[in-house]
Design a protein around this ligand. Sequence first.
Ligand code: PLP
Length: 395
Amino acid sequence: MSRKLYLDNAATTRVKKEVIDEMRQYFGELYGNPSSQLYELGRKSKEAIEKARKTLADFLNAEEKEIYFTASGTESDNWALKGVAFANLNKGKNHIITTKIEHHAILHTCEYLEKFGIETTYLDVDRHGLIDLEELKASIRPETMLISIMFANNEIGTIQPIEEIGEIAKEHGILFHVDAVQALGSVRIDVNKQHIDLMSMSAHKIGGPKGIGGMYIRKGTRIDNFVHGGGQERGRRAGTEGVQNIVGFGKAVEIAARNFDDHVERLTVLRNRLIEGIKNNIPDVVLNGHPTQRLPNNVNFSYKYVEGESILLLLDMEGISASSGSACTSGSLDPSHVLLATGLDHGTAHGSIRFTLSEEIREEDIDFTVETMKKIIAKLRAMSPIKNDEDLKKN
Ligand code: PLP
C-alpha cells in the first residue's frame, strides 16, 4: 500500500514547480548581491526583488513601498508587535488587544512585552472561534496602541470579521495588525477596504519556499525598524536579501492571484465533502470552527472517546499526514489553546484532528480519508476505556 496523502497544508505546502523553476536561476547564473548596483548582476537581483514586491502589493491593493520582506510569518508578527510597542514606549500608550486563539508568534511576543510594561487584553472567542465585536469595543482604553487579530485561525480555520474590526480600530485611532499567514491566497485581502495598517504573511503556506515572510506596513505608520544593519528594505529590516526566496514568494503570489476564484471554489467543494462524509459516517463527532466562515481547506473535528495522537499514528500507517489538537511540537501533550478557548473540555479537545487540503487533492482522496477515519475511529473506540465506561453507564 503506497498511497500517500498529505493533508497538513496548514503546516506547510509543497513548493510549486513553477516557483522552483523561477527560483533556480537565482541560485545559479543570477547570484548578484542586490546592494551591488554598479554592475548588472547586482541590478538584476534588485529588479527581481522589486518585481516580487509589486506582485504582492497588487494582490493586496497596497503600494509597493508598503511591502517589506522578512524571514517568516513569525518574524513579521514579532516586528508588528515589538515595533509598535517600542515606537510608543514612554508615550503613554502601553496596551495591546489580541485574542486567545492567536498563533504563538503573537501570544509569546505579548508575554515578552510585559517586561517592558506593555499590557495585553486577550479577547474570548465563541464556540465557533469568533470574537465578539462588543467585547472588543469595551476593551479599548485611552492607552490602547494596537489591535492584533488573525485573519483566519490555523487550527480551526475560522475567519474573523476583519473589515468590521478595522473600522472599529480606525474610529478609535488605533493601529490594526492582522496575522494573515493562513488567509493569504484563500481569502480576499484588500488592506484599504479592510482598514489594515500592518499585516504578516508567509510564503511556505501558499506553495512558496520556507524562510521567507512578508510584512505590509501602511505608509506613515509609527513603527520601529526591526533588524539594524545595512540599508536593505529601506533601512527597516537589514540583512542581504534572500533573493531566490523573495522571487519564489512573488511567483507563489502571482499563481494565487491568477487562480484565486477557481482555487477557493474547488477547495470549498472538497472541504464540504469531507465535512459531510465524516459527519454522516462517524458518530459522536464535533466540528470545530465556524460552519461557513472558515478557510476553504480546513476540516477540524473532535472524535469523542479517542486520543488524537493515536489517530495520527494509525493515519500515518495508512499513508495520510494530518495534525492533532495537541501542542506536541512543544514536547507537551496539552490540548491546544485554540480548542480550549472555544469551550471544548480537555478530553474532547484531545481527540481532535485537523485535515488541511491542497489543490493536489481529488474527490477520491476525500472518500478514502472518510473510509479510513471510519475504520480507525471504530477500532480505537473498541479499545477505549472511556467509551466502555460510557456504554456501561448507559446500560
Ligand atoms: N501565524 C499563523 C496564523 C500561522 O499559522 C503560522 C504558521 O503556522 C505563523 C504565524 C508562523 O509563520 P512561519 O511558519 O512563516 O513562521
